[in-house]
Design a protein around this ligand. Structure first.
Ligand code: ADP
Ligand code: ZN
Ligand code: ZN
Length: 805
């Protein structure tokens, strides 16, 4: 009899390794377990989820008895060969555990959830315990919901060996099922059924009529009821008579079901678009794994290039992957892609429920959808035979995941392009310096769209020097030139977009008498005032408290609100422009599902004339009547402790400027700034990316930053500052021995926000060109980090970090 063994990567928090464990496959599961399937296996005293990565018939040479696989969760592999290999690469590239790389590729619903129950093993129990258990002998054991005293009782019980804790693994993935009916009689049989009826059985005649038209087809009960005008009870009684059978069929939760989407036709391409499309099509046809940088100003028709090259891949029977930043995955964008490719499109983004995401994932897996549009994690969509991969707004930092595995979707996209031998198109108006430099060197093929489709010049951008303007400003956040520009547009019945740059901005309560600032008790940051809830909130840990009336330090009444929030600006605006209709878009107004889309829809149908918002409004919006864009505070992102702060500021200002004058009307942009001479602001004003690129490359070269050097960041965090500092200085010492003299270590230092939720954060950044021993050192650091985890010390390794705060 044959024997089979499975190598399994298991999910054991705090005990991760990258080595698989070997399990034997029980007889009844022989030839049913394949690489890429999820399994449940025993591990110590619990059961855990794992991924089978290798099956063999050769008995491993070990001195202990192998345990059996307990259960197989899938009938077919959920990860194919490509994705399994990609997970291996990802683990190595990002210094992550394999299990987290395997899990990140699947929709959340397919990651197992664990629950604990506690089961009595003794009958001699105290009345208090009796009360907890009631008439059951097994109850959920959840530290979050149990009261402290109940928890104490149960712990005592366990120590006395009167109860055991059981771990359950649950697969949350559930297909949604609905009832369907299916005809099961021939027309002769239906005719004879008719003869047995009494003449006044009108509903039964109606049912038989309906079943005659239905034939042997299957329809959902809901549709059958609509079509036949018969009730559910009548279908049940027909089933009892043997006229039809009821079944359960799977139903996809389609998040865009309601929306009626207009078909769109390919547009006649402009010459620059045509050149780009032809080059990319050629690469599709030739199965070239080339990377293209499609650099095109906002409104230059990049999206049309995406759509037409996707069409080419589909014509060849291949599939297409299109990545967009979460924030620009607006209904407008989805409509454009669905309008072209209809039901062949699957959409993946964070606004979907777990069930909806799971359904979209399965539509892809079953080859029912050939085009995937999605945000970061969609880069792992289970598409096969990919013909083209597109990444719009390739410079966006939201493509970088901050938790393990700390991957950049751009790297993954290129890796997948290599596997599929297909082109990867990186599109942007303001490419990342890294990509633009690679295009310069010929590593990427450079395609450019330098003109807007409508022939309109880019909007005129003017700066308002707030150092002067603030003296005569009608409100704290709105200068006189901006106010008069707004008034003028409103008088012409045009629309205005105003952006408040929240990045790096703090708004806080300060005492004018003694300078006291109200801070979060758990974190090293000031609390933010929220008008809607009339409270002070911490944006990092969620701490909330009442607004103090007097200074907690000196009791003075002169405690005042400083800084700016969208709510405050909205109020200021409304006072200055009583008749204006203002829509506000920020984290607070978009928290509810669909709220984001609703605000955009209201603005699009001109229910309001001003859209005021945070960074969220900078991208992807295309409203023809917007002729003025105002940036209230350009500089706040300049002051971030990050070598990319100029690049980010430039990108943001360029992007938001692109919202003006999209159609026939010319647009204007007004930027309020305290740093009008800064090169990022000056060049954003002139919309001169190329010059910005030149200057910024120079700065990076002098500072020894990317793209000239690589960076890797190590962050240690934990509850004890002393332990955190000791650990990071220890790592620093080891690094000194491993690195060559050409490498530079910045730090170790506390992070700019050192304490969040009572955890302390220290970091160091390594800058280097070529360090042959570094990879292995970091890999070992990762593996040894599990020992530290037991002492509440976290070590995070981040290649090419984007955030330093
Ligand atoms: P980008 O993605 O570069 O910002 P878009 O693809 O949104 O630019 O194009 C801007 C506008 O021009 C859109 O309304 C789009 O429908 C339109 N457009 C694009 N290409 C063409 C074309 N070849 N002919 C006519 N209109 C076009
Ligand atoms: Zn806090
Ligand atoms: Zn005070």
């Amino acid at each position: 009899m044959i024997k089979q063994f499975a190598e399994v990567i298991v999910d054991v928090p705090a005990m991760q390794t990258n080595q698989p464990y070997t399990y034997s496959i029980p007889t009844e599961l022989i030839n049913q377990v394949f690489p890429g399937m999820r399994v449940i296996v025993p591990f110590g005293n619990r059961k855990v989820l794992g991924f089978a990565i290798n099956i063999s018939e050769k008995e491993p040479d070990v001195s202990f008895a192998l345990k059996d696989i307990e259960e197989v969760l899938d009938l077919t592999p959920v990860l194919n060969t490509e994705l399994l290999q990609l997970a291996n690469w990802l683990a190595q590239w990002t210094f992550s555990f394999k299990i987290s790389c395997l899990q990140v590729m699947l929709p959340a619903a397919m990651r197992a959830s664990y629950s604990k129950t506690i089961k009595l093993t003794s009958t001699e129990i105290s009345p208090a315990v009796q009360k907890l258990f009631g008439d059951k002998n097994e109850i959920p054991f959840d530290t979050k919901t149990l009261t402290a005293s109940a928890f104490k009782e149960l712990s005592k019980l366990k120590r006395a060996n009167q109860a055991e804790v059981l771990y359950q693994v649950r697969d949350r993935a559930k297909a949604k099922k609905v009832t369907a009916i299916q005809g099961c009689l021939s027309s002769d049989q239906l005719a004879s059924a008719r003869e047995t009826l009494r003449a006044n059985a009108a509903k039964s005649f109606q049912m038989l009529d309906y079943l005659t038209t239905l034939g042997l087809e299957q329809v959902t009960l809901k549709k059958a009821m609509q079509d036949s005008d018969l009730s559910a009870a009548q279908f049940t009684s027909a089933e009892k008579k043997g006229w039809l059978v009821k079944t359960k069929v799977e139903k996809y939760r389609d998040p865009y079901r309601e929306a009626v989407i207009e078909q769109s036709q390919p547009k006649q391409l402009k010459p620059a678009q045509l050149t780009a499309v032809e080059r990319i099509n050629q690469a599709i046809t030739d199965h070239q794994k080339s990377v293209f940088l499609l650099q095109g100003v906002t409104g230059s028709g990049k999206t049309e290039v995406y759509l037409q090259t996707i069409a080419t891949a589909l014509e060849k029977g291949q599939t297409a992957l299109m990545l967009v930043p979460e924030i620009s995955l607006t209904p407008q964008m989805v409509r454009r892609v669905k309008g072209r490719f209809g039901s062949r499109v699957a959409v993946l983004h964070s606004g979907l429920s777990e069930g909806e995401k799971y359904d979209e994932w399965r539509r892809i897996e079953r080859h029912e959808a050939q085009v995937v549009v999605g945000a970061r994690s969609a880069v792992f969509a289970p598409l096969e035979d990919i013909g083209i991969i597109i990444m719009d707004e390739e410079h966006e930092t939201s493509y970088k995941q901050e938790d393990m595995p700390e991957y950049n979707a751009r790297d993954v996209a290129i890796k997948r392009g290599e596997w599929h031998n297909c082109p990867v198109v990186l599109g942007s108006a303001t490419p990342s310096l890294e990509s633009r430099a690679r295009a310069q060197k010929g590593v990427y093929e450079w395609l450019r769209l330098d003109e807007r489709i409508n022939g309109q010049p880019l909007p005129e951008v003017n700066l308002v020097d707030m150092r002067q303007a603030l003296k005569t400003a009608p409100a704290l956040d709105i200068s006189a030139p901006l106010l008069s520009a707004i008034e003028q547009r409103l008088a012409q019945n045009e629309q205005v977009v105003l952006m408040l740059n929240r990045r790096g901005y703090s708004s806080f309560l300060m005492c004018r008498e003694c300078g006291f600032v109200l801070k979060c008790p758990n974190c090293d940051i000031s609390l933010t005032l929220h008008m809607d809830s009339r409270s002070m909130k911490c944006h990092y840990c969620g701490h909330e408290e009442a607004i103090p009336r007097t200074c907690p330090s000196c009791q003075s009444k002169k405690i005042r609100y400083y800084g700016t929030g969208t709510e405050k600006v909205e109020k200021e605006l409304q006072e200055l422009l009583p008749t204006a209709k203002i829509l506000r878009m920020d984290v607070d107004t978009t928290r509810r599902k669909g709220a984001h889309a609703k605000i955009l829809q209201q603005f699009g149908s001109k229910e309001a004339n001003i859209l005021l918002g945070t960074q969220m409004i900078a991208k992807g919006l295309d409203f023809p009547d917007v002729t003025l864009v105002g940036v209230l505070n350009a500089d706040t992102s300049l002051s971030l402790p990050n070598f990319r702060s100029a690049e980010r500021t430039f990108q943001l200002l360029t992007q938001v400027s692109g919202r003006a004058g999209r159609a026939e009307k010319t647009g204007e942009v007004l930027i309020q700034t305290f740093n009008p001479e800064h090169y990022a602001i000056q060049l954003a004003k002139n919309q001169n990316y190329e010059k910005f690129f030149g200057i910024e490359m120079n700065m990076r070269h002098r500072g020894g930053y990317p793209p000239y050097f690589f960076t890797t960041q190590i962050v240690v965090s934990g509850g004890s500052e002393a332990a955190v500092a000791k650990k990071i200085f220890g790592i620093n010492g080891q690094l000194q021995k491993v690195l060559s003299p050409q490498a530079v270590i910045l730090g170790p230092t506390p992070k700019p926000i050192m304490r969040i939720n009572n955890q302390f954060y220290y970091q160091l950044v390594i800058k280097y060109k070529k360090e042959p021993k570094l990879e292995q050192f970091l890999e070992e650091l990762l593996l040894s980090s599990q020992k530290d985890a037991a002492r509440n010390l976290k070590v995070k390794i981040d290649r090419d970090p984007v955030d330093f705060v």
